[in-house]
Every structure is written in C-alpha cells, then in structure tokens.
Design a protein around this ligand. Structure first.
Ligand SMILES: [Zn+2]
Length: 259
C-alpha cells in the first residue's frame, strides 16, 4: 500500500464519525432564521407558509434564507417569517397596505390594539354567536368587499347547524352577538391563518369603546357566551383560556348552573 492510499483509507474510516458529528450539530443547534422552511411556487415571486391559500397549484419547500437570497418577497396574505434585521438580505415589508397581524411579540394581550392600523368594516349581517357578515369599503391584501367573518379563538354553542339541534345557550350567544355587532362599525385584526376551509375570514373583531379598544372575541368568552376554541393555535390562546376559567368560576352565561 502506498503512502497516499494509507492516507485515504484513514480518511474513509473517519467518515462515520464525521457524519455523527454533523448530525449532532444539526440536533443541538437548530433553527437559525435561515433554517426556517417556507414555500415557493414555480411561477410566483413570493414565499409562503405551508398552508397559504395561494399554494394550491404547486409548492416547493426551501429555507427562508434561500428564498430571500433568490429574491422572493414575503406573501402579504399568509405573512411568513422574515429574515432578522441583522441579515443583509432582510427587507422590511411594514407599511401601507399591510394587514394588521397580531402574531408578533408586541401583541401580548388582546387589549393592546391600534384601531387605526386595522381594517374598518361594517357588520351587515348576523349568522350566529361567532360568525357575522361584514362590508369592507376599501378591501386590500386579499380581502373582498363582502366577507363572512369567523371570529378567532372562540366557539359559541351551535344554532344554525342544519342537522343538529340548537345547543344550550346557543340562542343567548347568538342574540348577544347580534345586539352588540349588527349595524356597528368594527375593526378587524388577523393572526396566522387568514381563512378557514370554508373560505371565511378568520379575524379578531374590535369595537371602539370610550374606555379604549375592546376585543369582541375576548368579550364573548369573558361574558360566558363562548368557549375558548384552542384546536388551532392563535396569539391570545393563553389569555382566552384564562378568560374561560374566570367565566366558569363566576358561573357566567354558559356556566350558570341549572338546565
Ligand atoms: Zn402566502
């Protein structure tokens, strides 16, 4: 065996050890910004979250860093993560025409709200406790003039299901929403998911009250008209859970004892 061959075989025998070290590195030092997975399409110019509605035709997983390096912009609908400001490739997408999203660290509570940055809408129809129809005069960023809103993070007892009976307290919850929202001007804020599988807009509904902005989704739970709906993650999940606990403890609405 020549000297050269010996060197190569020593290198080859060290390969498994190298592989183990690389794997360990991946396991113990995960997820810098650039390692986040986002999705692009064959023809698009934007990158997306996996569940974005504009990914119906094609979808290719890439790292966030690769997407930005290739010139893709963040989608305005699903609002995927952006590279941190320290990255030279990072671009700010803040500014006019952006939807007001609460899935950011600054919004630690539903009561922290800036109505002037939200989408203004008029409630034109009432469906049930957690669903209303609105008219948006100046729709943008994927919104339509007429939208059905499913309120995020709440679930009121069923009243309009075609095959199920009206659930206990369903009528009260439905009437409460109708009396508080129908005909009113409201302000819409959004979270990670923009629409549900029925195409309804998923939103937090805010009212402009003398004492400050009021999140109607939170009020529904607080007053005992709704459960906190935690099947899908949302920004105020912990807060809404606590509001439900409180309503149960105080036996408000749904949680009143008796039939
Ligand atoms: Zn998208």
């Amino acid at each position: 065996m020549s000297k050269n061959m010996k060197g190569r075989s020593r290198f080859l025998s060290a390969l498994p050890l190298l592989a183990v070290l690389v794997l360990a590195g991946l396991l113990f030092f995960p997820a810098a910004d650039g390692d986040v997975t986002v999705y692009v399409t064959n023809t698009g110019t934007r990158y997306h979250l996996e569940n974005c509605s504009s990914l119906r035709r094609s979808k290719t997983a890439v790292t966030l860093e690769a997407a930005v390096r290739s010139g893709y912009e963040p989608c305005g609908i699903c609002r995927p993560p952006e590279l941190s400001a320290s990255s030279s490739a990072a671009r700010s997408s803040a500014g006019e025409g952006e939807l007001y999203r609460v899935n950011k660290a600054e919004f630690s509570s539903s009561s922290l709200a800036v109505l002037s940055r939200m989408v203004k809408a008029d409630v034109t129809g009432h469906v049930d406790g957690d669903t209303v129809r609105v008219r948006i005069d100046r729709p943008f960023a994927g919104l339509k003039v007429v939208e059905t809103i499913r309120m995020i993070g709440v679930d009121t007892p069923e009243t309009v299901h075609p095959s199920r009976p009206v659930e206990r307290f369903g009528k009260e919850a439905s009437d409460y929403t109708k009396s508080r929202l129908l005909g009113k001007t409201v302000y819409l804020a959004f979270d990670w998911d923009f629409r549900d599988r029925y195409g309804r807009l998923l939103a937090y509904i805010y009212l402009d009250a003398p004492e400050g902005p009021r999140c109607f989704n939170a009020a529904l739970i607080q007053e005992g008209y709704a459960h906190a709906y935690t099947r899908f993650a949302f920004q105020f999940m912990d807060e809404f859970r606590a509001l439900e606990e409180d309503a149960r403890r105080e036996k408000r609405g749904l949680w009143r004892s008796g039939p």
